[in-house]
Design a protein around this ligand. Sequence first.
Ligand code: PMP
Length: 360
Amino acid sequence: MSKFLSNAFAGLVPYTPGEQPQPGQRPVIKLNTNENPYPPAPAVRQLLQQLDEQPAGQLRLYSDPEVTDLRQAVAEFYDLQPEQVFVGNGSDEVLAFAFLAYGKGRRMAFPDITYAFYNVFAALFDVEARLAPLDEDFNIQPVDYLEDAEETVVLANPNAITGKNLPLVALEQILQFHTDSMVIVDEAYVDFGGESAVALLPKYENLLVVQTLSKSRSLAGARVGIALGQPAVIADLNTIKFSFNPYNVNRVSQALAAAAVRDKAYFAKCCQNIMANRQLVTEGLEAQGFQVLPSLANFVLARHQLLDGQQLYQKLKQRDILVRWFDEPRIRDFVRISIGTREDMQQLLAAVAEILQEVR
Ligand code: PMP
């Protein structure tokens, strides 16, 4: 830290992303950042091959600040109007804008165990945060969000780190209570079996649904996230965006993302494969004595009584398998394993069997 940093950020603890191995490093089975193991849709690859041509190639020019074509593609996918769609540089940026728009000067409530970035955004933007503990089984307790009608609520659904799902009826209870404050639902993982709150948009002006193309559409490296809401809410996000970075989504990513969204069949197939692989690894781990939280995301949180989370993480890493371990009080015993290909999951299960033999 230099002596010039504003005092406001002197104590800021930034988000720690999962390891990203560098090119040229030994290949690993990468199950640590919930990326999709399958490549993006074929049309995305075709566009990448024609980068010198229209529409992705004209890098001399700024990107479309209105993100017109991609918003159109998303609107068609969800049967919404383009005015109900916002696009950000990853859903991290969308969430940051939502924290600014609906958090500043208010309190925000979210679970004690959830996407770690919420705390970081709250600290960065000086938003008061209230952490509501998940119950013993790591479920969100809806009643925790029926305390203060003024506070903004942020829920990842399925929840990050746990993979557990909150039924839409519970979400509706929360939406109905918060008539004067926003409820932000982060659906980064919804396409792997969850129930989207998009269907509730006509009923609730206080609902903002945030999604990403990083997971179910295999575009983590392109950095594209979206928000869906009533037009007035989307206008709020545009006020923030046009006050910060009007060209927030680059030209190439806009084109690639639109192609990915339009290929519904490929998307559906990838999600089905991930769900099948999730079942395979869940059953395989359970057969070896693991507790696996029931997940509707593209990862599972699992623990074994013979090993703590850090040991398992390290022993897998020695075998060139990267998973994620969080040094956090309630989840220290667990590792989070992203769902890979069928072969990735088989290799993981074999490695785990070896490790268990070693420690028995
Ligand atoms: N929300 C949740 C719950 C996540 O786990 C992630 C990915 N780490 C994000 C949002 C951000 O994803 P991205 O910025 O790649 O869209």
